[in-house]
Design a protein around this ligand. Structure first.
Ligand SMILES: NC(=O)CC[C@H](N)C(=O)O
Length: 306
């Protein structure tokens, strides 16, 4: 780790910690309302293996939609290019749980990172895998080097009780024929997938392969091809923050993905994966302080893809 990076992160962290936190917790998943809103952590893992963390970076949080990148990676690895017949690669300009565009596009979600797209990806995985929950978990365990990683029943059950919009999305897509399995089973997997809990350090390690041309940082294992890695990064840049994807690219200048647990992963290809966590969200469902912190780090380090 360049000492200059760690100093920049430390300074940015102190500045952001002192800011008034304008956001709100994601109370629509009851369990997420119990999180301490003052938490703030950040961890950066570089492709040379060096890493650096600050604040609550070793505290587990619900990664929620950040997991959509991992399910997409596994589905893309299995299905290849025909995947894009089921889900498009365009920014939606809508909220993450919107039903709006599904009618116009006949059940083809605009991209794999809005809920509708991630639900279709879950359906695809269920068609191709024997025991989807177990095999997806094994995939994330391998990426993260966390052999004991598990779904959180507490969070998944909490969302299963209140996830009415996701139920609506899945049934609506099914009506167009773009869900092939039983909606109830697809959603059961989707909620489990979103329930994974990890620390900033663990998530930054898990996403290292996307900053490292498709290869795991710890042992060089090839997870996906360079071309697939390029495309997943491109999707994170254009669609990773729903109707705030343009704003994130404008302010931070990196591909990334957020989750309603308050986490954000951002990647600087061929350099690092960094993860911030601050539970309060802005009105687009993205971590308020998380975005502030990432913006300060890329601005002060003058390191972004642009
Ligand atoms: N943006 C998110 O993190 C949303 C994920 C959440 N599990 C949901 O479906 O609503």
């Amino acid at each position: 780790m360049h000492t200059s990076y760690s100093r920049i992160i430390e300074n940015a962290f102190e500045e952001v910690k002192a800011l008034p936190d304008a956001g709100e917790l994601a109370t629509y998943i009851p369990e997420l309302a119990n999180v301490d809103p003052s938490k703030l952590g950040m961890h950066m893992t570089c492709i040379d293996g060096n890493h650096f963390g600050i604040g609550d970076d070793l505290h587990k949080f619900s990664i929620q939609s950040i997991a959509k990148v991992l399910s997409l990676t596994l589905a893309y690895k299995i299905v290849g290019e025909p995947l894009w017949e089921r889900v498009d690669v365009e920014p939606s300009g809508t909220k993450f749980d919107s039903l709006l565009l599904l009618e116009s596009y006949k059940g083809i979600p605009r991209n794999p990172f809005i809920n509708s797209g991630a639900i279709v990806i879950c359906d695809i995985l269920m068609t191709h895998l024997k025991d989807t929950k177990v095999e997806f978990l094994e995939f994330v365990r391998e990426l993260s080097d966390l052999p004991k990683l598990n779904y959180s029943d507490k969070i998944a059950d909490s969302e299963k009780r209140t996830g009415y919009r996701n139920v609506a999305l899945c049934n609506f897509i099914k009506s167009f024929g773009n869900i092939t399995n039983e909606p109830e089973e697809v959603l059961d997997f989707y909620f489990d997938m979103c329930s994974l809990e990890m620390t900033c350090q663990e998530v930054s390690r898990t996403f290292g392969f996307l900053a490292n041309e498709g290869c795991k940082i710890s042992d060089g294992t090839k997870i996906i091809t360079k071309n697939k890695c390029k495309r997943i990064n491109a999707l994170m840049l254009t669609c990773g923050f729903y109707d705030e994807s343009g704003e994130f690219a404008f302010r931070v200048g990196l591909p990334g993905k957020s989750g309603v647990g308050g986490g954000i992963v951002a990647l600087y290809p061929k350099n690092y994966a960094m993860v911030v966590w601050s539970p309060k969200l802005n009105k687009h469902g993205n971590s308020y302080k998380g975005m502030e912190l990432l913006e300060k780090v890329t601005t002060h380090s003058e390191m972004s893809i642009f």
